[in-house]
Design a protein around this ligand. Structure first.
Ligand SMILES: [Zn+2]
Ligand SMILES: [Zn+2]
Length: 280
């Protein structure tokens, strides 16, 4: 799946989860809560592609995010080299490897949540790094007037907007409680990304580090398999998967983007109406 599809599915997941958190805990997050939830979800759903040079998240923050991307890629290559079994595919295991696994998503979310206990700076920096690619990718998928009026599809403008949102949350004193929410949003968005990639032909490895039979040997019953740890899985039957970048694939992803954006808008309406009532 390409950046637009990831950002829009992530935004929907983020908007739904922050509305749910608001409803369950009784915390009155309001329209800002749902909107920030959607932006965080969108950005988090772009993070796994930090393992590919030039992806939206990789270049969103210039050298800083590129450096994070290089660290992730190094981690992915080393882990692959140390854990691969005889029937795992050749290659370096960098793209759609470790950084796309659920265990990595959970660990990164946990690290951000724990880091927030040390200092609110961890939350602040994580928020900016997640919000910036989310804002630029959503602006590219959304209506054209957003691009024309706000220019938030451009990386430096998106970075500024991410900084402004984070700063206003810090000024409002919300940073202290946002640590776990940010961590959870990161894990959830990254898993949504992996679901998106698993709907396409490429798939991702869901079960790392569990040792399994490889895909080839499982088709032949009774064949001895020397094991695979990086076997990729899918969420759709073979006939429904599309190939990323193909004409048909682009059409499917564009439809997914539109549906998600409309649903996010629908989720924002009641909160926005409530805000208008209190202001008016
Ligand atoms: Zn991906
Ligand atoms: Zn095998």
């Amino acid at each position: 799946m390409e950046a637009g599809g990831h950002a829009c599915t992530g935004a929907l997941a983020g908007a739904v989860s922050s509305s749910t958190v608001g409803a369950l805990t009784g915390a009155d997050l309001g329209v800002a809560g749902t909107a920030v939830g959607a932006l965080l979800g969108a950005g988090a759903a772009l993070l796994p592609d930090l393992d590919a040079d030039g992806a939206t998240a990789y270049r969103s923050g210039g050298r800083v995010t590129a450096l994070v991307g290089e660290c992730f890629q190094f981690l992915a290559r080393t882990t692959y080299g140390k854990t691969r079994l005889p029937h795992d595919p050749r290659g370096d295991g960098e793209h759609r490897g470790l950084v796309h696994t659920p265990i990595f998503a959970a660990s990164l979310g946990l690290l951000v949540g724990l880091g927030a206990l040390l200092t609110p700076w961890v939350t602040g920096i994580a928020m900016i790094m997640v919000l910036a690619p989310g804002i630029s990718a959503l602006s590219r998928s959304g209506p054209r007037w957003v691009r024309r009026r706000l220019c938030t599809d451009q990386d430096p403008v998106a970075l500024l907007a991410a900084g402004a949102i984070t700063w206003s949350l810090a000024v409002a004193g919300a940073m202290a409680e946002l640590g776990w929410f940010a961590g959870l949003s990161i894990t959830m968005g990254m898993v949504v990304h992996s679901v998106g990639d698993s709907a396409t032909r490429s798939g991702i490895c869901w079960t790392f580090p569990i040792r399994r039979r490889c895909a080839k040997c499982s088709r032949k019953s009774g064949a001895r398999c020397s094991g695979a740890r990086w076997r990729r899985g899918h969420v759709l039957p073979k006939s429904m998967r599309w190939s990323v970048g193909s004409r048909g694939g682009k059409r499917i992803e564009r439809t997914i983007e539109l549906i998600c954006l409309i649903l996010v808008a629908v989720l924002l309406i009641p909160d926005a109406a409530e805000l208008a009532r209190t202001l008016g």
